[in-house]
Structure formats: C-alpha cells, structure tokens
Design a protein around this ligand. Structure first.
Ligand code: ZN
Length: 136
C-alpha cells in the first residue's frame, strides 16, 4: 500500500497496476483518463477543505484507490480494479447486445416447440410433424 498527497498521484500509481476501475459509488467503469479527471476534480475540492493536509490517498497492491486521514484507521475505497480489461468487457457487452438485437429482428420471441413423439423442432403453427408425420 502506497500513500499519496493527492488522488491524482494515487491514480497515476494505480494505473500501473490495473487497466481500469469501477467507481464504487455508482458502479461505473472508468479508464485511466476518466479516473484522472475525477481525481483532478476531487483534488481541487480537497485543497479548499483540507488546509491542514489531513487527507491521504492510497493505492493498493492490486491498484485500488482509496482515501483516509491521519486520524482514521480504515480507508474508504473509491475505485476498485476491473476484474478484466475494459476493452474485453466492452467487446462482450456489444456482442451480447448484437445477439439480442438479431434475435428480436428475427421475431424469435416465442420459445422453440418440439414434436412430443420424436423431438423434431416444429415450425410455428404446424399441425403435423415434418419428421415423423404424427399429429401434434
Ligand atoms: Zn415427430
């Protein structure tokens, strides 16, 4: 665990350890640029509040970013490392979205039906099984 005077320094150090974070407050995934912006805003607000310099930022060995003060024993975590690289998460999410869109556009909203005698897949509205010929 490393201590820093500003959140910006903590995020810079943590970005060497992981590829992105989840903002603990709202679960939003952020990359380094966004986290540095967030840190810059936080540091400006801190500077106004914290004239005595009691606040410290932390970077854990895994790349989590937290805050604590010299009077507190427990850190409050702000950013936690993503379980996988951001690009991989985005790729999976867009593939899943694409899959759902294509299912919807094919009108596959009803579950598939199968012949009770032979298990052959049935077309919607069919009266006889095209495989075994029995009535459905
Ligand atoms: Zn059949």
């Amino acid at each position: 665990m490393k201590h820093f005077q500003t959140m910006t320094e903590a995020v810079r150090a943590a970005s060497q350890l992981c590829s992105g974070w989840l903002v603990l407050e709202n679960g939003e995934p952020v990359e380094t640029d966004a986290a540095l912006y967030l840190a810059g805003v936080t540091d400006r607000l801190d500077h106004e509040d914290d004239a005595a310099g009691e606040t410290y930022y932390l970077a854990s060995d895994e790349g989590a970013v937290g805050v604590t003060s010299r009077y507190e024993y427990l850190a409050q975590w702000i950013l936690i490392p993503l379980p996988r690289p951001m690009a991989e998460i985005e790729r999976d999410a867009s593939a899943e979205l694409e899959r759902r869109r294509s299912e919807q556009s094919q009108g596959r909203t009803e579950p598939a039906r199968f012949c009770p005698w032979c298990g052959f897949r049935q077309e919607p509205g069919a009266k006889f099984c095209p495989d075994c010929g029995r009535k459905i």
